[in-house]
Design a protein around this ligand. Structure first.
Ligand SMILES: Cc1cc2nc3c(=O)[nH]c(=O)nc-3n(C[C@H](O)[C@H](O)[C@H](O)COP(=O)(O)O)c2cc1C
Length: 336
C-alpha cells in the first residue's frame, strides 16, 4: 500500500502535494557523522529549479530546504532526517476551470479511477513538484557516495527550442554516468543493480524508457560485437588489473556492477499539460475540449536530469550499504 517509501537500508519517504503547504522527505538509515547543512543541499535543488530558458515552467519556487531533525552541530546523528520544502508559488486557481476535466497524458483519470476523487490542484502527488523532495534526499545520498569516490552526473539531451510550435511540448533524454563505482553492487536475483535502478527511474513521472549501456541497440547487434572483451593492464602501483575493452553492458553484468562506468539513459515523454486545445471528457462523462492554463515545462528533461541523478544516488547508496554485509570477512572486520 501507499508506495511513498523507497530503499531498504537507506530509506526515504516523501510527502506532500504540488499545491499543499509543503512537500518533504524523511530519511531513515543515514549513518551518523556525515557533515550536513542546508547550504550543502541547495546546489542540488538549484539544478532542478526552472531556469530562465524557454523550456521551463514559469512557476518560481525558492525550494529552500529546512532540516528539521537528524542533524546536530553540522553532522548527521544517525536518527531520522526530516527535510521540509515550502510551496510558496502555487496558483491553484489556474486549475479550477479544468477541475472536472481529465488532462490527456496526465494522471488525472487514473487517480480518479483508483481513489474515487483527486486533488486537482496542479496534479497533487502526481505533479513534477513532488520530485523536489527526492532531490533533497538524493543530495544526502550523493554526499555519502562522494566519500567513497563515487560521482553521479547527468545531462539532458533536448530538441532545439525553435522546433517547438507555440503552446506545444516535447520529450527528451537524460543520460547518466557514474564513475568510481566498485565492482560487486547488486543482489541476485530480484535485486539486481539494473532492476533496482530501472524501478527507481520508472518511479519518476514522464519516464517512459530506460536503457543501460547500448540498451535497445544490443537487440540488433552480433554477439561478437556486443560482448565486452576482458584484458589486463598494470596500475600505477604495479598491480595487474582486469578491465573491459568496451562498455556495451553499461557497467552491469549479471545484475552486478563490473567496476566500469555505469551508463544509462532515461527517455522522457513530452510534457502532458499543453495549452493547445485537446479533446477530452469530464468526470461526469461528457465529451469536451480542454485548454490548460497553469505554468508548465515545455520539455521536462532539463529539470528531470536532477531527479534522475537523485534516484540513481539513492539507489546506489542503498545498494552500497547492502553490499557491505555480503561477505563474512567484512562482517568480521566490524565485529571481531
Ligand atoms: C521534473 C518534472 C517536471 C514535470 N513538470 C510537468 C509540468 O510542468 N506539467 C505536466 O503536465 N507534467 C509535468 N511532469 C510530468 C508529470 O508529472 C507526469 O507526466 C504525470 O505524473 C503522469 O505520469 P506518467 O507520465 O509517468 O504517466 C513533470 C515531471 C517531472 C519529473
Amino acid at each position: 500500500m501507499s508506495g511513498s517509501t523507497f530503499g531498504k537500508l537507506f530509506r526515504v519517504t516523501t510527502f506532500g502535494e504540488s499545491h499543499g503547504p509543503a512537500i518533504g522527505a524523511v530519511i531513515d538509515g543515514c549513518p551518523a557523522g556525515l557533515p550536513l547543512t542546508e547550504e550543502m543541499i541547495m546546489p542540488y535543488m538549484e539544478k532542478r529549479r526552472p531556469n530562465a530558458g524557454s523550456l521551463s515552467t514559469a512557476r518560481k519556487e525558492a525550494d529552500r530546504v529546512k532540516i528539521l531533525s537528524g542533524v546536530f552541530e553540522g553532522k548527521t546523528t544517525g536518527t531520522s532526517i526530516g527535510l521540509l520544502i515550502e510551496n510558496t508559488d502555487a496558483h491553484s486557481s489556474d486549475y479550477s476551470d479544468i477541475a472536472d476535466k481529465y488532462r490527456p497524458g496526465h494522471a488525472d483519470f487514473s487517480y480518479d479511477m483508483k481513489y474515487g476523487f483527486r486533488d486537482w490542484r496542479g496534479g497533487g502527488r502526481a505533479s513534477g513538484r513532488e520530485t523536489a523532495a527526492r532531490v533533497a534526499a538524493g543530495a544526502v545520498a550523493d554526499l555519502l557516495l562522494r566519500r567513497f569516490g563515487i560521482e553521479v552526473s547527468t545531462e539532458a539531451l533536448v530538441p532545439n527550442a525553435l522546433d517547438i510550435p507555440e503552446g506545444d511540448s516535447v520529450g527528451g533524454l537524460v543520460a547518466c554516468t557514474v564513475t568510481g563505482l566498485p565492482a560487486g553492487l547488486g543482489e541476485p536475483v530480484f535485486d539486481k543493480l539494473d532492476a533496482r535502478l530501472g524501478a527507481a527511474l520508472f518511479s519518476i513521472g514522464a519516464v517512459k524508457g530506460v536503457e543501460f549501456g547500448n540498451g535497445f541497440a544490443l537487440a540488433s547487434m552480433l554477439g561478437s560485437k556486443a560482448n565486452d572483451g576482458f584484458a589486463l593492464r598494470v596500475t600505477e602501483d604495479g598491480k595487474k588489473e582486469i578491465y573491459k575493452t568496451t562498455n556495451n553492458a553499461g557497467g552491469v553484468l549479471g545484475g552486478i556492477s563490473d567496476g566500469d562506468h555505469l551508463q544509462l539513459v532515461a527517455a522522457i515523454k513530452p510534457t502532458p499539460s499543453i495549452s493547445l486545445p485537446q479533446k477530452t471528457v469530464t468526470r461526469n462523462g461528457e465529451e469536451t475540449e480542454i485548454r490548460i492554463k497553469g505554468r508548465h515545462d515545455v520539455c521536462i528533461a532539463p529539470r528531470a536530469a536532477a531527479v534522475v541523478a537523485a534516484m540513481v544516488s539513492l539507489t546506489l547508496i542503498d545498494m552500497l550499504m547492502e553490499n557491505a554485509v555480503c561477505r563474512l570477512d567484512r562482517l568480521e572486520k566490524v565485529y571481531k
